[in-house]
Design a protein around this ligand. Structure first.
Ligand SMILES: C[S@@+](CC[C@H](N)C(=O)[O-])C[C@H]1O[C@@H](n2cnc3c(N)ncnc32)[C@H](O)[C@@H]1O
Length: 310
């Protein structure tokens, strides 16, 4: 299993120290994705209940021809938080010369890039480590139009309006005359969320509880998975699915010699997944300097993909 780098471990320790000092403890969701976490996430995407992936694939299959016609011969796909290759491979054709997957889980996207190269042997792939919440400096030598790709409902995973920051930075990263294809999860009956985030194979639970394993391995905490429970609910007021690990007993940990206590019953938030309407996302895009060109929905109307222009 590939190991996390020293600098990533330092970032993990620093950000947990800050977030565990707050009244409501949070583990930012980017820390889910060590190598094992990326594998667990991939398992979630394969569950029947996790409609996000099925819906995105259905829409991408429907629109791939249109998208290919729109961009012509020369373009470079820049995928934010690329993860597995299942979605980009639907849009790729022999016309595309260059693909830049950007992700915090570098070993995982290197492995995926090798798989993609077997399907498109002439494609130049440049897997790049980054934290996409920041502006990412891309090479000046990228050919053609830059088309950003941001799927997996990740635009919903920001706290405190971080999606505004992301969209502004993505525009700066992609530069003038660029596009962004973005997956947006829609508000719907909450029973659908309940099933998706509490799948019977416990993939979502394993993905979230992997944070305990990661803390033990990288920060030398001595926690047991059995002492936590995964909990996920739709919060009507926020219009968001919120996921937590709940401490089943009082427990103490040290990070950077600083002491933190998890009280019995305390919730530590591990993810927020904000849901949108076509109107609310269009407003968000417009307010961050993007122009909405088009949006598509899947047959069940659970999900949408937007095409934005800078
Ligand atoms: C919800 S998954 C989506 C994966 C894939 N794009 C899909 O649609 O199935 C989020 C992806 O973004 C990556 N990621 C999460 N936070 C990130 C960050 N702050 N910077 C860069 N990559 C990040 C994760 O490693 C993971 O591959």
């Amino acid at each position: 299993m590939p190991k996390t780098s020293i600098s990533e471990i330092k970032t993990f320790a620093r950000e947990l120290t800050i977030n565990f000092s707050k009244k409501k403890k949070i583990i930012p969701s980017k820390f889910h994705y060590d190598f094992l976490g990326s594998i667990y996430f991939d398992k979630i995407t394969k569950t029947k209940e996790y409609y996000v992936t099925n819906s995105e694939i259905e829409i991408l299959r429907k629109i791939s021809k249109q998208i290919n016609q729109l961009f012509g011969n020369k373009l470079t796909y820049v995928e934010f938080g690329s993860g597995a290759i299942d979605k980009i491979k639907i849009l790729l054709s022999s016309k595309v010369k260059f693909y830049i997957p950007l992700d915090i889980s570098l070993d995982f996207i290197k492995k995926e890039s090798k798989k993609l190269l077997k399907i498109f042997p002439k494609l130049k792939i440049s897997p790049t480590y980054c934290d996409y919440t920041n502006y990412v400096k891309l090479s000046n030598k990228i050919p053609g139009i830059k088309v950003g790709f941001f799927l997996g409902s990740s635009i919903g995973n920001f706290y405190n309006n971080g999606e505004i920051n992301f969209l502004k930075n993505a525009k700066k990263t992609l530069g003038k005359n660029s596009y962004l294809i973005i997956g947006v999860d829609l508000k719907k009956d909450k029973s659908i969320f309940k099933k998706a985030y509490n799948d019977p194979s416990n993939s979502a639970a394993k993905f979230n509880l992997n944070l305990i394993t990661r803390m033990n391995t990288e920060l030398n905490t001595n926690l047991a998975i059995k002492d936590f429970e995964y909990v996920s609910n739709y919060n009507n007021r926020k219009g968001a699915v919120e996921s937590f690990i709940q401490s089943k007993k009082k427990q103490t940990i040290f990070i950077n010699k600083k002491k933190f206590i998890f009280q019995k019953g305390e919730y530590i938030q591990t993810e927020i997944s904000n849901k949108f309407t076509i109107k609310s996302f269009s407003n968000l895009a417009n307010n961050t300097g993007w122009k909405v060109i088009k949006s598509w929905k899947d047959k069940r109307k659970y999900y949408s993909i937007f095409l934005l222009q800078s």
